[in-house]
Design a protein around this ligand. Structure first.
Ligand code: FAD
Length: 498
């Protein structure tokens, strides 16, 4: 083992969104920064690289979005109807979705700093666009936005990473790839560096402050089974294979406080034949988020969830768990031609598990592993359930619901009556885990007595206490950006203190 003197004031662990925001912020505040990344360079970016770039932030209307997306034209704006995501709406969603468990102090920071932070990301080279297709459908020639997340990062995760890394290189931020952090170095005053592997050697890298931004434990089957419960070890991983919980573990080893929903995770519907870990050439397209317009069928041939309970942006992160809990851990999403024009591009990729039938009987024979007789009974009952006489509208909670079924569908319950019928096979794909480290509003990691650990900061997925049970889409990137930016600034301030 060698002790290396680095010229860095601050070491950042990870190269995802949270880490790069932390690194850029620390640099902006005068610190010299070294970044350590476990993955090889061609797989850089952690889960952030897999995202479609949805990002949730406060916007009160067109003028806010114009600041973020200055190239929005009047002509474009004439063809759309925007929603808003005011601070009050963002707070309400955080409370409602987490069953009022989200840490109030961290949530306040997240919400109130979200808009300023996306503008800051823009200054760091990240570009934004409106999220057509994912957040708005064309109805009568107009796009009406829903779900309180109208903007997305232009080019998704890959462009996000390119932008942050280009700026980092310009700012002389050094990144070491294939350099996994193994443990934290500390003395009685606090954290003094990181023990890491680099080029096959173990090295003690000294710095005045460390920012952990190395993700949760979604890619660690043993931890998933241990904390999330039975069968989570068998779930597919939507993103990187490098988020093994090491950063959390390193901090717990020196007395950091675990917090949050350790048995909870963000998990979605994911192609049943997707590879065990994410594939950067496919990105997030194994996801199948248009289930509000389908009926879900499990191995017994039965529905098991209210597909239309809300916009997918507010249910998709918890429905992966519902699929995991079905026999065989799979389900089929069945659509008719009334709605197939609304399906996102994710339904048109080459690597897809799809069955088509001109009749339900034909389709039943193609749904692998499904009780076909019961499937036919389920479709029949669904189609014959009474409904109010309201028009179907994908851009609003239209109230087109079934009545009298064991599980009613609350919105968008059009009958399946226009063949050919399309079915897509899905299983549970885990996105990231909710449990993690306790931080304060300055992104300092706290110990089990509630005191900040000197020199130790954290941001991103490995922070606990923000998400419980469920999640509104686009919250992961904004959380990493807000707390990454704070962590960088605070760490830079800390190293200057006498
Ligand atoms: C398919 C998919 C789609 C998603 N879509 C969206 C979306 O549209 N919007 C949204 O807000 N969120 C989305 N998310 C969630 C989002 O990706 C995460 O919440 C967020 O990007 C996490 O950022 P992070 O920086 O904390 O972690 P990551 O981006 O995962 O970065 C962690 C980094 O740490 C590295 N690392 C791990 N251990 C070590 C170690 N010991 N030493 C050094 N490095 C280490 C990893 O290799 C990785 O590069 C999606 C996730 C996936 C998987």
């Amino acid at each position: 083992m060698s002790t290396e003197t680095t010229d860095a004031d601050v070491i950042v662990v990870g190269v995802g969104n949270a880490a790069m925001c932390a690194a850029l912020s620390a640099r902006e505040h005068g610190a010299r920064v070294l970044v350590l990344e476990a993955a090889p360079e061609d797989q850089r970016g952690g889960n952030s690289a897999y995202t479609g770039g949805m990002i949730r932030h406060v916007y009160r209307g067109v003028e806010d979005l114009r600041q973020l997306i200055p190239d929005l034209t009047d002509q474009e704006l004439n063809n759309i109807e925007l929603d808003t995501n005011t601070e009050a709406q963002f707070f309400d969603d955080m409370g409602r979705l987490t069953q009022y468990r989200c840490d109030p102090d961290l949530t306040e920071v997240l919400v109130r700093q979200s808009f300023d932070t996306v503008l800051w990301m823009r200054r760091k080279g990240v570009r934004f666009q409106l999220a057509y297709g994912r957040r708005a459908y064309r109805v009568d020639g107009k796009f009406k936005f829903f779900g309180r997340g109208a903007a997305q990062i232009w080019g998704g995760g890959p462009e996000l990473m390119k932008a942050l890394h280009t700026t980092a290189a310009r700012e002389n931020i050094r990144v070491l790839y294939e350099a996994p952090a193994m443990s934290l170095l500390c003395d009685d005053r606090g954290v003094t560096g990181v023990r890491a592997k680099y080029q096959g050697r173990t090295a003690d890298l000294r710095a005045k402050a460390v920012i952990l931004a190395s993700g949760g434990f979604s890619a660690n089957a043993e931890m998933r089974a241990r904390y999330l419960g039975p069968n989570w070890d068998l779930a597919k991983v939507r993103g990187t294979q490098f988020n093994t919980g090491k950063g959390i573990d390193m901090a717990l080893q020196i007395g950091a406080m675990p917090t949050g929903h350790w048995s909870g995770a963000h998990a979605t519907e994911w192609d049943m034949n997707a590879p065990p870990f994410g594939d950067l050439t496919v990105g997030d397209s194994f996801q199948k988020h248009n289930y509000p317009f389908c009926i879900y069928i499990n191995a017994k041939g039965e529905r098991f969830v209210d597909e239309g309970a809300d916009f997918h942006t507010f249910t998709y992160a918890k429905y992966g768990r519902e699929v995991l809990n079905q026999p065989g851990m799979f389900a089929w999403q069945v659509f008719d031609q009334t709605v197939t024009h609304l399906l996102m591009d994710d339904y048109r990729i080459k690597r897809i598990t799809k069955a088509v039938g001109n009749t339900f009987e034909e389709l039943a024979g193609k749904l692998d592993g499904v009780n076909g007789r019961r499937f036919l009974e389920t479709v029949n009952a669904y189609n014959n359930a009474p409904r109010p006489d309201v028009p179907f509208n994908p851009n609003i909670l239209d109230g087109l619901c079934t009545r009298g079924l064991a599980i009613d569908k609350s919105n968008w319950a059009t009958r399946l009556e226009k063949p050919p019928y399309h079915a897509y096979g899905v299983t549970c794909g885990i996105t990231f885990t909710f449990g993690g480290l306790k931080i304060n509003t300055s992104a300092q990691v706290e110990d089990t007595a509630g005191r900040p650990i000197s020199g130790l900061y954290a941001a991103g997925e490995l922070v606990g206490g923000i998400y419980y049970h469920n999640y509104g889409s686009g919250s992961g990137l904004i959380s990493g950006a807000v707390f990454g930016r704070i962590a960088g600034r605070e760490a830079a301030g800390y190293i200057k203190a006498p």
